[in-house]
Ligand binder design. Structure first.
Ligand code: ADP
Ligand code: MG
Length: 312
């Protein structure tokens, strides 16, 4: 199948090690994926699997130990020109998990939302900058008057909207949303997800959506990469992940989704330990079992997965 979709971001064999010497820990162990323009690409996996590390490396907050990140056809990891760095700062924005911790408490909303403009839009005078802040606040469903208030005056949901406005004001092409709703009250999660979807359509945004919660992923993503211990074990269009998950770890994650029905809840299986354990994946490679559906497998497992799909 010829793929005509435009690749906006490519992560190629990304490796990231924290610490050095005997304390060295490889949190990301050779991760590769492409993100197409205007799609929502999900990174799913348990806590500690390396999702945040990958997101932070993409926006250049953390250096790669090896591999590269290519954005719009240009390498943006490692040493790059100041001009390209400024472009990346504007075009790739991040929304953080905890809106209580991520906003500067001493600054007014006006400054928090407009801060990025001081660097990328030096041409603006104060009035023009404030007009953009007001527009960004309206875009995320907040009143322009909120600009003169402080973060502590807002609820969790409103604070996350402020975080979104802060990203949006930069006119980004790609937004890395790191568990943007998991710290929020359950009752307002859907509103924030709907807002993100609406903004994506309105502004032609591309999202990398990080979450440990697969039920949220099903609702918002086009494709999902399942990460275990710093490695992608399965990557597929969202409906295929749910319809025929192949890797045992993906299946285990799906079984771990909370079910509202208490009777189902009781019979549900917990994540088996062997799916969590670091296995020797040295002889495994990503294999395309059906169009767009990749899984980490040995030659033998690949055959088994193919048979499974033919029969199923
Ligand atoms: P996730 O976002 O999937 O929960 P993280 O990317 O935060 O995972 O972390 C991946 C692994 O890297 C974890 O084992 C975590 O303990 C470790 N880690 C994260 N940040 C650091 C750090 N600054 N120094 C050392 N280890 C870290
Ligand atoms: Mg994280």
């Amino acid at each position: 199948m010829q793929d005509s979709r435009e690749v906006l971001l490519s992560v190629r064999d990304m490796r990231i090690t924290y610490g050095s010497g005997r304390k060295a820990f490889e949190a990301v162990r050779g991760v590769s994926f492409d993100v197409y323009k205007s799609e929502t690409f999900g990174l799913a996996g348990e806590s500690g699997s390396g999702k945040t590390t990958i997101g932070r490396a993409i926006i250049r907050m953390i250096p790669l130990s090896s591999g590269e990140v290519v954005f719009g056809g240009r390498r943006i990891s490692g040493k790059i020109t100041k001009k390209l760095d400024e472009e990346v700062i504007r075009k790739i924005q991040m929304i953080f998990q905890d809106p209580m911790a991520s906003l500067n408490e001493r600054a007014k909303v006006d400054y928090i939302v407009g801060e990025g403009l001081y660097n990328v839009r030096r041409d603006l005078n104060n009035e023009e900058r404030i007009a953009l802040v007001h527009a960004a606040l309206r875009d995320v469903g907040l009143l322009p008057e909120f600009a003169s208030r402080f973060p502590h005056e807002f609820s969790g949901g409103q604070r996350q909207r402020i975080g979104i406005a802060r990203a949006l004001i930069m006119r980004p092409e790609l937004i890395v949303a790191d568990e943007p709703i998991s710290a929020l009250d359950v009752s307002i999660r859907a509103q924030v997800l709907n807002l993100l979807s609406a903004l994506q359509k309105e502004h032609g945004l591309t999202y990398i959506f990080v979450a440990h919660d697969l039920s949220v992923m099903r609702y918002i993503t086009d494709r999902i990469a399942i990460i275990r211990l710093g490695e992608i074990v399965e990557l597929a269009p969202t409906e295929l992940v749910f319809e025929h998950p192949l890797h045992p770890y993906t299946k285990a994650l799906l079984q771990a989704i909370p079910v509202p029905n208490p009777r189902v809840e009781k019979s549900r299986r917990i994540l088996p330990n062997d799916a969590r354990k670091a296995t020797d994946d040295a002889e495994r490679a990503m294999c395309e079992i059906e169009p767009g559906h990749f899984v980490l497998a040995t030659g033998e497992e690949e055959e088994m997965y193919r048979r499974f799909l033919r029969v199923g």
